[in-house]
Design a protein around this ligand. Sequence first.
Ligand SMILES: NC(=O)C1=CN([C@@H]2O[C@H](COP(=O)(O)OP(=O)(O)OC[C@H]3O[C@@H](n4cnc5c(N)ncnc54)[C@H](O)[C@@H]3O)[C@@H](O)[C@H]2O)C=CC1
Ligand SMILES: O=C(O)C1=N[C@H](C(=O)O)C[C@H](O)C1
Length: 265
Amino acid sequence: MRIAVLGAAGRMGQALTRALAETPGCEVAGGLETKGSPALGKDIGEVAGLEPLGVPITDDALSLFAGIDGVLDFTLPKATVEFAALAAQARIVHVIGTTGFSDDDLAKLDAAARHATIVKAGNMSMGVNLMAALTARVAETLGPEFDIEILEMHHRHKRDAPSGTSLMLGDAAAKGRSVALAEKSVRTRDGDTGPRREGDIGFAALRGGDVVGEHRVIFAGPGERIELAHIASDRGIFARGAVRAALWARGKPPGLYSMADVLGL
Ligand SMILES: NC(=O)C1=CN([C@@H]2O[C@H](COP(=O)(O)OP(=O)(O)OC[C@H]3O[C@@H](n4cnc5c(N)ncnc54)[C@H](O)[C@@H]3O)[C@@H](O)[C@H]2O)C=CC1
Ligand SMILES: O=C(O)C1=N[C@H](C(=O)O)C[C@H](O)C1
């Protein structure tokens, strides 16, 4: 499968190139960066710390999308929405790892999925997707006397909060309780907030250093507490998940798929 990496010079872009290069049946067919990036014209393999792959990084998305089977996209919401329209036109697989979408962005991705085969997940690792399934199960089992709080920590460069993973876990908890996350989610607390409302799902975000990604779902009840935790120490887990998603999606009808679909969870 001929696959291009969008945001090829980024933290995830480099991990994606390495994962693609080591996966049988995949070819690193291109790399895209933003206009003005110092990585333009450089070899994508070298940028990722590998031997040269003979593939220069370009800023020409139109030409890139014309000659490939799929793209791995870990960039920015505004860029990803534009790439989804291009992927739909080219009828190729679009694996989306980007996080931080607005409701308007999400509506545009839904529209693009009428023609493109999109796999989108706020976290592409096996561990977090399993944790989401466990979160739904625990939330379904425990009564409303157990308060649900979701805590995350990421590196100092991360732009969006809560993280895509936290939102996935919140959604799983809400589904387990058969409620809508939008009606229960509490994203900030400051000052005299009053007592906690029963059934709320709280979010807290820490940022600092070079933390790859840590998530904890806390079920705090009377006299006991259950915690589910995931600690990522290597971006390769997300990158390998994305490559697996692209291979899975090849030949599937257009639509918006999740990592749970890919992993059969
Ligand atoms: N779903 C998942 O499993 C994971 C998702 N992410 C998400 O991936 C995204 C990227 O994360 P990082 O790699 O840490 O960020 P980063 O800032 O290191 O990399 C993003 C890259 O995209 C490039 N870019 C931005 N706009 C572009 C455009 N229009 N055309 C081409 N390239 C463009 C930037 O120049 C940059 O090199 C974030 O939204 C992050 O939350 C990160 C890790 C795992
Ligand atoms: O920006 C990151 O780094 C990460 N983003 C994803 C998220 O928003 O949850 C996944 C992972 O936690 C790393």
